[in-house]
Design a protein around this ligand. Structure first.
Ligand code: ZN
Length: 155
């Protein structure tokens, strides 16, 4: 038997995420969550090193790539759901993300990426609300990450 390459619940690759200090738990922490993949990806960015003072340009560039993937995934999911608020928040996230250019100016991009991530959080909550689920709270999952708290509070 080979180990699955990705978590069957949240689709997280089953390798340690060095950027977020994510340790592979025995059971997926997102198993009781709606939209586990979106929440897991969000949290890996939320707790990521790129948001911290000691981030280096490569941390920011990698986060930029992950954020682009998350936005693409959200766009696929939101297209299939009829949740107007989520569409609006995703559009706001994409707009903020478009102002970031991690390749040319990583440090100036952090603010825009941070804003995009915050809108992503709103969009996830919009989707959860439509399913009458409770809002997503990264702090519920904090113990699975080697967390030094982000230097900026999420909106
Ligand atoms: Zn998982």
């Amino acid at each position: 038997m080979t180990k699955p390459f990705r978590c069957p619940v949240c689709r997280t690759p089953l390798v340690e995420d060095v950027d977020a200090g994510f340790k592979i738990p025995p059971e997926c922490p997102y198993r009781y969550t709606s939209y586990p993949e979106l929440c897991a990806r969000h949290d890996k960015l939320y707790f990521g090193k790129w948001r911290k003072m000691e981030a280096d340009p490569n941390d920011i560039k990698r986060a930029y790539g992950k954020l682009a993937e998350l936005l693409a995934e959200m766009s696929r999911i939101i297209e299939a759901e009829d949740v107007e608020a989520a569409r609006r928040d995703l559009a706001n996230a994409e707009e903020a993300f478009a102002r970031a250019n991690a390749a040319d100016d990583p440090y100036a991009s952090v603010r825009h990426m941070d804003q995009a991530l915050s809108y992503v959080h709103h969009a996830i909550d919009d989707l959860l609300k439509a399913r009458e689920a409770k809002p997503h709270s990264p702090s519920d999952y904090e113990r699975h990450y080697d967390v030094i708290l982000p230097f900026k509070e999420d909106l």
